[in-house]
Design a protein around this ligand. Sequence first.
Ligand SMILES: *Cc1c(COP(=O)(O)O)cnc(C)c1O
Length: 394
Amino acid sequence: MSNDALGWIETELAELAAKGLGANIRTIDSPMDGWVTIDGRRVLNFCANNYLGLANHPRLRDAAKRAIDAYGIGPGAVRTIAGTTTLHLELERRLAAFKHAEACITFQSGFTANLATVPALTGEGDLIFSDELNHASIIDACRLSKARTIRYAHNDIDDLRRKLAENPQFRRRLIVSDGVFSMDGDIAPLDQLCAVAEEHGAILMVDDAHGEGVLGRGGRGIVDHFGLHGRVDIEVGTLSKAFGVVGGLVAGKKPIIDWLRQRGRPFLFSSAMTAPDVAACIEAVTILEESDELVARLWENARILRAGMQALGFDTGHSQTPIVPLMLGEAPLAQEFSRQLFARGLFAMAIGYPTVPMGKARIRVMNSAAHTQADLEQALDIFAAVGKELKVIA
Ligand SMILES: *Cc1c(COP(=O)(O)O)cnc(C)c1O
């Protein structure tokens, strides 16, 4: 680089690479599915959040193609200026009905759904209570809001209750939590969060990115899982994980959704999802409403894989969802484990500090309904071989 003011970037990049902390992004040359092609090789894929295998589902592909013929691709501008398509409104209606919510609004991603929501509901003089393990998009959304943010201990209702009691004198108070925590696969105690929010007159917001299409009846999400319809003020979700497409959503009471259409900055200042994305999402809702087959297969696959790993002697943490962390301890071991899995034809990511605490490095195994029984057996054979090679199991 010629500009000296930017020289630090190359130094920092070199440092990241030297510490093995740089993101090493694989290039995939196939649809996202249970198997993917990387460097010309077919490998079993246990990395994606494609829980239901919808990312390459024939019905979503067809729906997207038909939408291109009817509506073209891009939305032209933001919806408040260039208008919105009947397709976008249909998706919002269908999502609200699917989730038994009063109303729903969609965004370009789950990330922007959070960036829209927190600053629209809180500002200077307000207070946010945020789980210490919340997703980066919630952390950024809290910063953008200019409200004060207090972190409470992970899933610790007593700590939250204490902090609420200590800080009564604010205009508005918002409690925000991930629904499913993506590194450990544990579920927020939403029923207790709901009770605490009601006790203290606080607004409750849950980000159900990893629960959408996974938890609840037929994948209706965490609010359905706990039977809390109408009691959780804001349910954020993503269309980029189990739904297999890309996009975000907020479901809740109609005035909140109407407010986000007026004050959600990513809604007002960034263009909408594309027509083929929206049509594919509508088809995903239709598939989920028709049958819970994919959701059931996802959970069954996760059960088989987790039981198989445990039988082999692996520590699979305390996940309550189809996310199966294979706990390994030190980061170099997790990285070597991932490399050897890949050499044997299985793609699964090593995750270390600072994404997870020091000494808690792991392989995060992401299950999918896209895997067959034969895939799972093959995966377990590969995990067993690498585990023995690296002396993680006997
Ligand atoms: C993945 C994730 C997001 C971001 O969703 P995108 O649709 O990919 O932007 C937001 N929140 C949580 C908790 C997530 O896990």
